[in-house]
Design a protein around this ligand. Structure first.
Ligand code: SF4
Length: 403
């Protein structure tokens, strides 16, 4: 089973913390759609379209800056070229794009899940992050979703902002709970290179939140959402029963996915020698020049070049892809442990042995035993997952186990 990620790179304005690839050239939407449709069409008959795709995720940028008609044309082409048996079709939206009519039109296109970028209800926070929407629009957007036929949606929140108090975070959560969403993704604000926020920090105009305060806010959030009946099934993801995101599971379990649009990333782990041979370029010419020591899986991306992307629309060349990483079996095994520790499912030694040909060494076994003893990891048979206390230091534990 595989997933398809479609990157829609348009944004109204730059949020201060964002390092995703986006452009503000809203007059180029039609050229972009044509280029995207050409990219999809060029994949016809290729390896990636042979595997059944169970999920499509429209992310960005801001996919909701496209009209339902434009989105429908993209979906139509995906349906024509790929083998789709979808159990999730998600679109990321920003609150200032939501209207009841738009939601209805998205439903008619086939979308069944919305990812709503609220981030905060506080005007102070929204201004600080330079979000394009305000509190009133965030409330109205959620009201519109709740009264629409979309039952499956998630809301993004950002905590750990400079000067944000726990009381302010609690207000955000209380406000969100009024709408009783089935899923929440909550992220600590991070300072990424080449963002306005990084510049503000560098110039001393903004002081990042203290790490301990951020960890306390994370605990507070997990506790409150737990009380509201949410299951924390991944470090940043909280869901009511039956509402876990399916697309992300593909990323977390090394499922294959194909990224379309400028800057989109792809991952493919071929299942047979023939598939591998095709992937490595004997058939498609994507990755000529790889060393004879062939990797187990590949990651690649489309360049972050909007102008180049739209100009390729009439003669789409797959050679635009850039190899990001050729991944060995050992790296995949280590990723599986790291990704597993971020989810409530954890990692399983049997899976490690069977799928990744990997066995924990004596040092790792010893570390695991001591983490279990310290209450940071829980063991169930051959499976290991983080306890609530362990989640607080998830990255540290992963590093400790893998170094
Ligand atoms: S809307 Fe999303 S993608 Fe666009 S700048 Fe803001 S955070 Fe980044």
């Amino acid at each position: 089973m595989s997933g398809i990620y479609v990157h829609i790179p348009f944004c109204k304005q730059a949020c201060s913390y964002c390092d995703f690839y986006f452009v503000t050239k809203s007059d180029q939407k039609e050229n972009f759609i044509q280029a995207l449709i050409a990219e999809i069409a060029a994949l016809e008959g290729q390896l990636f379209t042979e595997e059944v795709a169970t999920s499509i995720y429209f992310g960005g940028g801001t996919p909701s800056l496209l009209s339902a008609d434009q989105l429908g044309r993209i979906i139509f082409e995906l349906e024509r070229v790929f083998r789709l048996e979808l159990d999730e079709l998600t679109i990321e939206m920003n609150p200032d794009n939501v209207t009841p009519y738009y939601l209805k039109s998205l439903k008619a296109c086939g979308f069944d899940r919305i990812s709503m970028g609220v981030q905060s209800f506080s005007e102070k926070s929204l201004n600080f992050m330079n979000r394009a929407h305000d509190r009133t629009q965030a409330l109205q957007a959620l009201e519109d979703i709740v009264t629409s036929s979309f039952k499956n949606y998630t809301v993004d929140l950002i905590y750990g902002q400079p000067d944000q108090t726990s009381a302010e975070l609690q207000e955000d959560i209380d406000q969100l709970m009024v709408f009783n969403p089935p899923h929440i993704s909550a992220y600590a604000l991070t300072i990424e290179h080449n963002t306005r926020l990084a510049k503000q920090v560098e110039l001393g105009r903004v002081k990042p939140a203290d790490d301990d305060d951020v960890a306390d806010q994370m605990d507070l959030l997990a506790k409150i959402l737990g009380n509201y009946g949410f299951n924390r099934y991944e470090v940043n993801s909280f869901a009511k029963e039956r509402f876990q995101a399916r697309h992300n599971q593909i990323y977390w379990t090394h499922g294959n996915y194909l990224g379309l649009g400028p800057g989109a990333h792809s991952f493919w782990w071929p299942k047979t020698p023939v598939e591998k041979e095709r992937l490595m370029g004997y058939d498609m010419g994507f990755f000529r020049g790889l060393s004879s020591e062939q990797p187990t899986a590949l990651r690649w991306s489309n360049p972050k070049d909007f102008t180049g992307y739209i100009h390729k629309k009439n003669e789409y060349q797959k050679s635009i892809y850039t190899l990001v990483e050729s991944i060995s079996e050992l790296s995949l095994a280590e990723e599986y442990i790291w990704l597993g520790l971020r989810t409530s499912r954890g990692f399983d030694r049997n899976v490690l042995a069977e799928r990744y040909n990997y066995k924990c060494d004596a040092k790792q076994q010893k570390r695991l035993e001591s983490l279990v003893k310290d209450g940071k990891i829980r063991q169930s048979g051959e499976s290991f997952s983080l306890t609530r206390e362990g989640v607080r230091i998830a990255d540290y534990i992963a590093l400790d186990l893998l170094s």
